[in-house]
Design a binder for this molecule. Structure first.
Ligand SMILES: Nc1ncnc2c1ncn2[C@@H]1O[C@H](COP(=O)(O)OP(=O)(O)OP(=O)(O)O)[C@@H](O)[C@H]1O
Length: 369
């Protein structure tokens, strides 16, 4: 199921078109048979702008990490296109692809497991120069590594220390320095601060923001902490069961939310404007995310949607629509997969048959009318 492709634009540095990643489900001990597919990423289209941050949010299992792995080349896509500066990565020869891949680096969630404990920090940071010798600056590798330490706020005299001699926040700085060694344009940050103490999280976020300003980097920032994403992201995409259900600017997605799943996620995030707080209802989603090996028909969110039963109740002219006694889900939600469509501003997209029911301040009761 494809999302509308975005128009090519010179400020788009990374574009993902209808990206699909399925994992086979195997059964049998002697004869391994493929009996199904896990639809980890199922038709995602996104555009990342030069020097900007796209936040990617969604519950555990929605496919965020799989998308990150496909983007950095750790996993091969089942189908779809990845364009870096407008060039299709899959159409490249191997050497060209390696060069394109250099431009996209990954910053891991847990810096400790991502760093070789037996290697001095300086060697870890400069390791990529062995693969890309052309990238070693004129002053030599050792000098470049010291400069990278300085750039991320680490003491360059600590290049001979081992990972366990650094704190959690410093190890994340090491991970960032290692990613920067090959001069990327794009950092894919997969939950980069969720393993850190809250006080340290702010420091790492500030570092990422400073590096973005100084180096013009673009970030795909994956996180389940919506407050952190709101702080750092210019644009936001919300994933549910392998698909993007809403995307737009940070303000559009957080304040003019048009998808009931996004609304439920947002209901737990503190509002910056206290005058809005009386409008805020907490929406607790029932049940777990369904298995991506057997996703629901129609709208994938319909089995957990709080809006669909209200709409169905209104359609049947029920006088008392209460959220405690939900009516049936409208047939269209069960049968038709909604497309990502513009919601007013052309770049604010939502995939919901009843997105127009959610305006800026609608409460659940109002949405049911
Ligand atoms: N190698 C694999 N083989 C089979 N299924 C996989 C594989 N990797 C991921 N999956 C499945 O794909 C789905 C998406 O997983 P993914 O890790 O991308 O989600 P996520 O949104 O990043 O979640 P989390 O925040 O927990 O990391 C999950 O159902 C997961 O079990």
């Amino acid at each position: 199921m494809g999302n509308p492709p975005s128009a090519p634009s010179p400020d788009v540095v990374l574009e993902v078109q209808d990206l699909v990643k399925y994992y086979p489900v195997k059964r049998g001990v002697v004869f391994k048979r493929t009996v199904g597919q896990v639809r980890a990423v199922d038709g995602v289209s996104l555009a990342l702008r030069r020097g900007r941050t796209l936040g990617l949010v969604g519950e555990s299992g929605s496919g965020k990490s799989t998308l990150a792995k496909v983007l950095v080349g750790v996993e091969q896509p089942t189908s779809g296109r990845i364009l870096v500066d407008g060039i299709d990565v899959s159409a490249m020869k191997r050497a060209q692809r390696r060069e394109l891949r250099r431009r996209i680096q990954l910053v891991f969630q847990d810096p400790y497991t991502a760093l070789n404990p037996r290697m001095p920090a300086g060697e870890i940071v400069g390791e990529a120069y062995a693969i890309h010798p052309r990238l070693v600056p004129k002053g030599g590798r050792a000098r470049a590594v010291r400069e990278l330490f300085d750039l991320v706020g680490l003491n360059p005299d600590h290049v001979n220390r081992y990972p366990h001699q650094f704190s959690g926040g410093q190890r994340q700085r090491l991970g960032i320095a290692r990613a920067l060694a090959v001069k990327p344009q794009i950092l894919i940050c997969d939950e980069p601060v969720s393993a850190l103490d809250v006080s340290i999280q702010g420091q790492v976020i500030n570092l990422l923001e400073r590096l973005q300003d100084e180096l013009g980097l673009a970030y795909l920032f994956i996180a389940h902490d919506l407050a952190v994403v709101r702080h750092i992201a210019d644009e936001v995409a919300v994933m549910y069961l392998g698909s993007v259900v809403e995307r737009g600017t940070e303000t559009e997605v957080y304040e003019q939310t048009r998808h009931p799943y996004t609304r439920a996620l947002m209901s737990a995030v503190p509002l910056p404007d206290p005058s809005m707080r009386h409008r805020r209802e907490e929406i607790v989603l029932s049940g777990d995310v369904p298995s991506p090996a057997a996703p629901p028909s129609g709208c994938r969110f319909h089995t957990r949607c709080w809006l669909a039963p209200l709409v169905a109740g209104a359609a049947s002219d029920s006088a008392d629509v209460t959220i405690d006694e939900p009516a049936a889900v409208p047939a269209v939600c069960r049968t038709d997969r909604p497309e990502l469509l513009p919601q007013g501003p052309p770049d604010h997209l939502a995939a919901c048959h009843f997105a127009e029911k959610l305006t800026e301040n609608t409460t659940r009761a109002e949405a049911a009318r």
